[in-house]
Write a protein that binds this ligand. Structure first.
Ligand code: FE2
Ligand code: FE2
Length: 336
């Protein structure tokens, strides 16, 4: 069994190729480094997680599930009025629903990466890395599904129409890879942000979930690096029509993904008969905390760097609530 990854493991990942991404050799060596790291530091869903350890048992009455992924629902008056056992059960349902959506997202990602790799030529270093990522996402999918199975909760995740729509995402990996890699960031960045914040918060996270999240954020750092650096290299070469299409599609994709990944899943709200007022209060709390904006800040910065924040797309980003509210200026003499 591999030792538990630390924050330093994720920090090792070459997150930004910045200017060097323009340079073909630098890009090739960055992709080679990511591939090497996937060999040196990777995890297996079954060899590296002791599913049968006594403290890994999933107990629906465990109050540590409450708000473990930063759900603002737990801050509502309605939630505060529930008995602790119901709060714990609802907390676990939220975790399991996110896992189910997460594994469906990873499934789409794997299919898209395979579609993308099929179009690559011999000797292209992205081919090897894309396969490393598919394999890692395969293990993440297995971890998430095993967690869902052991929870005893029959989470359904995406609806039938949404599942059909995933085919368009897979096709985009071949026809419009820049849009696909923004989709990758849109799905991975918000969830990565939530998991890192939970691990850093000092909150008492049940050990099984803690292990899964640590493994996940370690490997996700590489995936995010690949997607970002691919975009830095590919977007400047786009023609004006594709560039405009991309600049308008990115905020919409990001909004859809963050709503899906960070909102209250409809199955949970139906099962627990969550009143509309509580759902609205949770949404307001999330907006006040600029949850979505904070989680998508890095993607917006990248869009800005790539010249995708013209007046029209910028208005769309603001209209969808994806821009952090301006911070109040600091009073003179105060320190940060
Ligand atoms: Fe993943
Ligand atoms: Fe990933």
């Amino acid at each position: 069994m591999h030792p538990l990854p630390t924050a330093a493991d994720a920090a090792d990942t070459p997150e930004e190729a910045s200017r060097s991404a323009e340079d073909d050799d630098a890009y090739r060596s960055l992709i080679a480094r990511l591939s090497r790291q996937s060999v040196d530091r990777h995890f297996d869903a079954y060899a590296d997680v002791d599913w049968d350890a006594p403290d890994h048992r999933i107990d629906p009455a465990d109050t540590r599930w409450i708000g473990v992924l930063g759900d603002t629902l737990v801050e509502t008056d309605w939630f505060a009025g529930l008995p602790p056992a119901a709060q714990a059960r609802l907390g676990l349902h939220l975790v399991v629903s996110r896992m189910k959506l997460g594994l469906q997202f990873e499934n789409v990602l794997q299919r898209g990466l395979l579609e993308y790799a099929l179009g690559l030529g011999n000797g292209d270093p992205e081919f090897r890395y894309a396969y490393h990522e598919v394999i890692e996402e395969g293990h993440h999918t297995l971890m998430f599904q095993e967690f869902v199975n052991r929870s005893g909760i029959d989470a359904t995740g995406l609806g039938p129409v949404e599942l059909v729509c995933t085919r368009a995402v897979v096709r985009s990996a071949r026809r419009f890879p820049e849009l696909f890699f923004f989709f990758v960031l849109a799905g991975e960045d918000p969830i990565d942000h939530v998991q890192r914040r939970s691990l850093r918060s000092g909150q008492d996270v049940p050990p099984l979930l803690q292990r899964i999240m640590r493994i996940h954020v370690t490997e996700e750092a590489r995936h995010l690096s690949f997607a970002r650096n691919h975009l830095k290299r590919a977007v400047p070469a786009l023609g004006p029509v594709r560039r405009l299409g991309l600049s308008l599609a990115v905020p919409v994709v990001l909004w859809l993904m963050s709503q899906m990944m960070l909102g209250v899943p409809w199955q949970v709200s139906r099962r627990f008969r969550i009143p509309r007022a509580a759902l609205a209060q949770a949404r307001r709390a999330a907006r006040d905390r600029a949850e979505a904006a904070e989680a998508v800040r890095k993607v917006r910065q990248l869009a800005g760097e790539l010249g995708l924040l013209g007046p029209l797309p910028s208005a769309l980003w603001r209209g969808l609530g994806l821009v952090e509210p301006a911070r109040a200026p600091q009073a003179p003499g105060t320190t940060a």
